[in-house]
Write a new protein. Structure first.
Length: 410
């Protein structure tokens, strides 16, 4: 493109903004944009190993005063936790959290998706918005904290497989040492246009498998058609979808566009040939409950409705993944301080998920607060606006200062 330039070359002359020194050791801190350029150069599509980017980050954050812990989540996948000082059990300080995996590149790109390009005040690359833009800011905030010898700890949590249902965060919760307490106040840098989000829905994925019996399609009584059963199941699900739209909870007023639980049919498979009665069929569904609802209760409701229309023994409902909702109290320090910083007076809830639901099991009180727009995520020519990137850096520095280097307001 005639008006496009590599950000790494634009900022090459400004790559070093600070140094961290300890005796004979000196390590540079890269310009935020230059670090983002390095991060997007790693292809961290969820199906790939993330060890190369983990190796880079562990080397970059190998600094005096910082402790690094790597956790194997699955084959070739790792989570990373870095913190300054010691985790004294008080829960004071701040945790910054982001995921490193990205959705597949797909088609339609006008620039190399793994090179950061600047055009018209925007930074283009896969993951620039969701969410390596925030990751770069958080990593550099952590690197700068190596220079601080006082205050409460700052922790950085970077996960794998968030795009697959927060599998990395779920694994980290299971593996995190019970005697270590991360700082409670947590910023998860999902792209919210720097609005503070304190609630999101859960996302439970389930499959309905239907079992019939094969036979010749010319003689319908010779078999049991699993797709016909699937049609009945879809009718039942359709009635539930409509009824869920009328449900409201105490959390509903902060969910502007979709203030109710959502049941979605997202896929169906079945059939082997034109002349064979299909013996098996599969329906895939997603259930997004409100933060103050119990997904298990809704699953029971779905099972009960299906059992009234489907033959016993011919179907089974199996949960594939359960990414729980996030529900942070309005009066928590992290929510109050973040809202005050941008003069936000209202609470916001969103219908997409984050790692926040799982991280709450570690006692973390999380808000989503990051640069960029979720509407740019998962798109060709994904970008983060430069002004959002710069504002995000400033807000993050102020949040770290407030939580780690001065007492948060009671």
């Amino acid at each position: 493109m005639a008006n496009s330039n590599r950000v790494s070359s634009l900022y090459a002359a400004e790559a070093v903004l600070a140094t961290v020194s300890s005796g004979a050791m000196t390590k540079t801190i890269m310009n935020d944009q230059d670090l983002l350029s390095r991060l997007v150069a790693f292809d961290t599509t969820s199906e790939l190993s993330n060890r190369p980017i983990m190796d880079f980050l562990c080397d970059y954050l190998d600094r005096p005063g910082l402790t690094t812990r790597r956790f194997e989540a699955s084959e070739g996948k790792e989570n990373l936790v870095v913190h300054s000082g010691s985790l004294d059990g008080s829960g004071d300080g701040m945790t910054l959290s982001g995921h490193l995996d990205c959705v597949p590149v797909g088609s339609g790109w006008t620039t190399d998706p793994h090179e950061l390009h600047e055009r018209d005040g925007r930074l283009f690359a896969r993951g620039s918005c969701d969410m390596k833009g925030f990751d770069a800011l958080a990593v550099n905030a952590m690197a700068r904290e190596a220079q601080s010898s006082d205050g409460h700890p700052l922790a950085l949590v970077l996960t794998c497989d968030e795009e697959l249902g927060s599998l990395g965060a779920a694994s980290l919760v299971e593996q995190w040492p019970s005697d270590l307490v991360l700082p409670r106040s947590t910023i998860i840098g999902e792209p919210t246009m720097l609005e503070v989000v304190r609630m999101h829905k859960g996302h439970l994925k389930f499959t309905i498998r239907l079992s019939g019996a094969s036979g010749h399609s010319g003689t319908p009584t010779s078999g049991i058609n699993a797709i016909e059963m699937a049609g009945k199941a879809i009718g039942v699900l359709g009635d539930l979808i409509s009824s869920f739209e009328d449900i409201r909870t105490e959390a509903s007023p902060i969910f502007d566009s979709v203030p109710h639980p959502v049941l979605s049919i997202v896929g169906i498979d079945g059939g082997a040939a034109w002349n064979i009665i299909p013996e098996a069929s599969e329906i895939r569904c997603g259930l997004r409950v409100m933060p103050d609802q119990d997904a298990a209760e809704y699953l029971s409701m779905i099972r009960e409705a299906l059992s009234s229309s489907l033959p016993e023994g011919r179907w089974v409902l199996e949960v594939y993944n359960d990414n729980p909702p996030m529900c942070t109290d309005e009066d928590t320090a992290v929510n109050r301080l973040a809202c005050d910083a941008i003069e936000q007076s209202r609470s916001i809830g969103v219908s997409y998920c984050s790692d926040g639901g799982h991280l709450s099991s570690l006692g973390l009180e999380s808000v989503l607060w990051g640069p960029g727009s979720i509407t740019q995520a998962h798109q060709p020519d994904e970008f983060i606006a430069m002004d959002q990137f710069l504002k995000g850096s400033g807000h993050l520095a102020e949040a770290v200062q407030a939580h780690c280097h001065q007492e948060a307001r009671a």
